[in-house]
Unconditional design. Structure first.
Lengths: 113, 112
């Protein structure tokens, strides 16, 4: 049974560019949440997708957007990249929107230069 | 910004000793969860304690929750070198929908 997978593993972008990160949830899960983790910090909640809609959102600007597909996989898009967007981006899947027992992927390390 | 604090920020112990990490928060919670993270990669769910529970056990892990003090603790007994990792508490709050708020974590180093 495949767990949560994310791609790519690492990514280097330039300020002002746009990036798309991808996530496939654990089999049987229907909800995907995205987190940003800066070095030495805990993850910060970006948003959650359920039934192909954004259900909850953290304190992130509109430059951060997402999408969920009918197969429950998800994308995170970040526009107009800033140096401060450099971080580990984590995807977590769960069953339903209550955040009970989230399964995390290995993350995508984004570096903005 | 992240609500609440975890302490200590870092902890170094000998193998076989117990490790205790604490988590405090400011707002009411639906439940509180503890996660482990190795070397800046994905997090692993350890244990969930609901707001109406006071203590839970899972193997060598013991979690307590005191909602009156808005605090929780994670105890790892008989620690092993493999327990070296960062440990995070995550509060699930209901703000008209559920959100997860992580603390900054405790970095545990277990010396063999």
């Amino acid at each position: 049974d495949a767990g949560v997978t994310q791609s790519p593993t690492h990514l280097i972008k330039t300020r002002g560019q746009q990036v798309t990160l991808r996530c496939s949830p654990k089999s049987g899960h229907d909800t995907v949440s995205w987190y940003q983790q800066a070095l030495g910090q805990g993850p910060q909640f970006i948003f959650q997708y359920y039934e192909e809609e954004e259900r909850q959102r953290g304190n992130f600007p509109d430059r951060f957007s997402g999408h969920q597909f009918p197969n429950y996989s998800s994308e995170l898009n970040v526009n107009a990249l800033l140096l401060g967007d450099s971080a580990l981006y984590l995807c977590a899947s769960s069953l339903g929107t209550t955040f009970y027992e989230q399964y995390f992927g290995p993350g995508t390390r984004l570096t903005v230069t | 910004s992240q609500q609440g604090e975890e302490d200590p920020q870092a902890l170094s112990i000998q193998e076989g000793e117990n490790a205790t990490m604490n988590c405090s928060y400011k707002t009411s919670i639906n439940n509180l969860q503890w996660y482990r993270q190795n070397s800046g990669r994905g997090l692993v769910h350890l244990i969930l304690i609901r707001s109406n529970e006071r203590e839970k056990h899972s193997g060598r892990l013991r979690v307590t929750l005191d909602t009156s003090k808005k605090s929780s603790s994670l105890l790892i007994t008989a620690s092993r070198a493999a327990d070296t990792a960062s440990y995070f508490c995550a509060r699930v709050v209901d703000t008209g929908g559920f959100k997860t708020i992580f603390g900054a974590g405790t970095r545990l180093f277990v010396k063999a």
